[in-house]
Write a protein that binds this ligand. Structure first.
Ligand code: TRP
Ligand code: SF4
Length: 428
């Protein structure tokens, strides 16, 4: 099984934990964050890698960054909204927000020119992001940022063809710009830790789960480029120097940071007690950089579920009749909602008797994705569907009204957004 970041299938989420080692994003993880938002409470964000590091940064009041990306292709739909809801939340609790416009990826994999990609990014995505409530932050274009591209090239040194063929299932006929797209994404994720962009700091990449191959690949490359590896063992920690070069100097540096040290000359490791693993990792990466190494802290990630299209498959702009776009007009919304697949029974009579199945209903799903914000209200809809008091006709009417309200409001805000866009776009 591979995950194809450029495919369009739905996932069996359970398998992702076992097959790829994605960790569960349980209530324990998010419950002490400020005002847990709906996408945590409703398990829309369901998996992560290394989120503890972000929590520690928050707890210790250290700087941390968000880096995510948008691939300009087609129109922005409701499925795309969920990532920006998260970014807005993290921005409100202190993250430094960076957003990559994946224009190179769009060119390499979807055939848009860089000019077209820029236009789509601004008109379809960025204006909506601002309208949704994103505050000024840094949005840049892959094709215009030399640091991102340099980093992609340089970090590529510690990977090879077999590795990326195995991860992505590329074929001999895959065009090389496409093959290189994952490296550019690694450049996106890590460049925010360069001195020029804020320096070493925990970085969270909130994405749809189809992007996990890039995250795994990026984390592998980070490990491969580090000079030290740190292995906690009981109440102590082992720090290993991976290469033959500079072993003594590098271990002398570590020695200053540990207590109760065990160290043998001629050995590439040192054991001791660290006051704090977070700080140790950070300090070691700093030392590595003094030796002109490409060192980064492991990036963390979260994964969200994809919203279903109105036909029950994954929502996608390539199937516009089944996708809800943020720029849809009244009539289109009406038509789409009316044709949506519900969990209703075959007749009103049956439904009154046996109830509906909200868990199989895309209308209900749309409610859960933020259109109904209040949990109590959502539960009422759920219960009344189950017990047959609420029928699909009325429920769809409610969905239509809520959506219309949302879309109208957004349209107004989009007009205002145009004036503010300069505070976001960054052309280097
Ligand atoms: N590949 C992502 C997509 O298809 C876009 C993207 C580019 C991205 N660079 C990124 C996402 C860095 C997260 C982090 O949507
Ligand atoms: Fe879906 Fe509403 Fe019908 Fe229940 S009543 S199946 S939630 S549309």
């Amino acid at each position: 099984m591979i995950i194809d970041p450029w495919g369009s299938e739905k996932y069996e989420y359970e398998k992702l934990f076992e097959n790829f080692g994605i960790e569960r994003f349980t209530e324990n993880i998010w419950k002490d964050l400020p005002n847990p938002p709906f996408f945590f409470r409703r398990k829309i964000v369901f998996g992560h890698r290394g989120f503890e590091r972000i929590k520690q940064a928050i707890k210790k009041k250290r700087p941390w960054a968000i880096l995510t990306g948008l691939m300009p292709s087609g129109k922005m739909h409701f499925g795309h909204k969920i990532v920006i809801d998260q970014v807005i939340y993290y921005q409100s609790i202190g993250a430094d927000v960076n957003i990559a416009v994946a224009d190179i990826e769009s060119f390499a994999t979807r055939g848009y020119s860089l000019k077209e990609a820029e236009k789509i990014a601004i008109e379809e995505y960025i204006l909506n992001y601002i309208a949704l409530g994103l505050k000024p932050c840094r949005i840049y274009f892959q094709s215009k940022n030399e640091d991102v591209k340099d980093l992609a090239y340089i970090l590529a040194k510690k990977s090879n063809l077999s590795q990326i063929f195995a991860i992505y299932g590329f074929k001999g006929s895959t065009n090389m710009a496409h093959v290189f797209a994952p490296f550019i994404q690694v450049g996106d994720i890590l460049h925010v830790q360069m001195e020029k962009y804020g320096g070493l700091r925990p970085t969270l990449v909130p994405v749809g789960v189809d992007q996990d191959p890039h995250i795994r690949f990026c984390r592998d490359l980070v490990e491969a480029h580090r000079l030290y590896s740190i292995i906690p063992k009981n109440d102590k920690v082992g720090v290993f120097v991976k290469s033959e070069k500079n072993v003594k100097i590098l271990l002398d540096e570590v020695e200053k940071m540990l207590e109760n040290i065990e160290r043998k000359d001629s050995y590439k490791a040192i054991y001791g007690k660290a006051k704090d693993l977070f700080d140790l990792d950070f300090e070691l990466a700093k030392i590595e950089r003094k030796y002109e190494n490409y060192s980064f802290l492991l990036p963390s990630s979260t994964y969200h579920r994809f919203i279903s299209g109105l036909d029950g498959n994954k929502m996608s702009s390539s199937k516009p009749q089944h996708a809800l776009f943020l720029t849809d007009e009244e009539e289109q919304i009406k038509k789409k909602i009316w044709s949506a697949k519900t969990g209703g029974a075959i007749s009103a009579e049956e439904q009154r008797k046996y109830g509906g199945k909200p868990e199989e209903c895309v209308i209900y799903e749309i409610f859960t994705y933020g259109i109904v914000e209040d949990d109590k209200e959502l539960k009422e809809i759920y219960d009344n569907c189950k017990n047959g008091k609420l029928l699909c006709g009325n429920c769809k009417k409610l969905a239509y009204e809520l959506l219309l309200n949302f879309i109208k409001n957004l349209k107004e805000k989009r007009e205002e957004a145009r004036e503010k866009i300069k505070e976001y776009l960054c052309f280097d």
